[in-house]
Design a protein around this ligand. Sequence first.
Ligand SMILES: Nc1ncnc2c1ncn2[C@@H]1O[C@H](COP(=O)(O)OP(=O)(O)O)[C@@H](O)[C@H]1O
Ligand SMILES: [Mg+2]
Length: 356
Amino acid sequence: MTKLSIRGLSKTYAGNVQAVRKVDLEVESGEFLSLLGSSGCGKTTTLQMVAGFVSPSAGSVLVDGEDITYAAPEKRDMGIVFQSYALFPHMSVSQNVGFGLEMRKVKRPELEQRVSEALSMVRLTGLGNRYPSELSGGQRQRVAIARVLAIRPRVLLLDEPMSNLDAKLRGEMHVELRALQRRLGITTILVTHDQVEAMTMSDRIAVMANGVIAELGTPQQIYDHPTSEFAFKFLGHANVVEGEVVSADNGQTAVQVGAAIVPARTETVQIGHKTKLFVRPERLRLCSTEQGSIQGKVVTKLFLGGIWFYEIDSTVGKLRLTVTNAGTAQPQEGQAVGITWNDGDMQYVSSEAAHG
Ligand SMILES: Nc1ncnc2c1ncn2[C@@H]1O[C@H](COP(=O)(O)OP(=O)(O)O)[C@@H](O)[C@H]1O
Ligand SMILES: [Mg+2]
């Protein structure tokens, strides 16, 4: 049971680069939390401060209430797996996994026991005598994880550990690693720029931008109901439509989009003002022109196997939408279509940039 608290954590590098700015984060015991954001937003710096390899400019890191901000990395009981998880090429898999234990002077019988336990956790039992060059990319990656698990860390820190794997393998590793983490119940922070990776694996995601946390919540919360335009666009495709405020009452406004009246909590409550609303591609539906709230014409239709992808030139701008491929006929390019959606799927989000 290990809870991690990050309080007001900041890092300013030489040259006045404010890489991380007053980050507050509580990672619950057994939780899998991802730091998600584009390159340079401060993810690795945050993780390195937790691990003890980068010293904070301000703020603190606590493990189960104990302040470890300035503790040496090897005193923290944390396992860290980097993007470049170099295995020792001249050592067997078992020797690689046992390396950290030898450093810690763990005696033979126990060392062997823990190596075999760690290999079994990552489903590599029986491959202990192989060398890294005799393994697939995914297997090597699992050795790197076993090497860290063998030391039985209280916290697991993963910095883009799967970015060197091909897409299919990465998808499989997401499922495996998630299952392993749940089974061990080990408090975990994953750093990634891949929103699908973050969504598939995490209990919660902290979206980072410019050194601050811009959005924090469960994958579904932040995908379906992000609080900012930035997050809406970062987590998936955002269709942006322009509507006009037609009524306002107690902060609840009604916005006209095409023929539809959309209830939304907008910034402006001035009748006649224009406002932007957001909707995900999979929440829009094609229908007959009579039934549609918005009229349009199919510009692009692409077959992606499980789904059809559409681009529509509509009365409120270009829209993207997806239709599940259930084997039924779908409108063709050039065809006039109507577009509709369910209440709540078209929403207002603040245009304010990530704070900080
Ligand atoms: N050792 C360093 N010295 C100076 N600047 C650094 C150093 N490490 C990272 N930075 C800068 O800090 C910012 C955040 O970097 P980083 O934490 O690596 O981001 P991310 O992992 O999200 O890509 C970037 O602007 C980066 O250039
Ligand atoms: Mg990084």
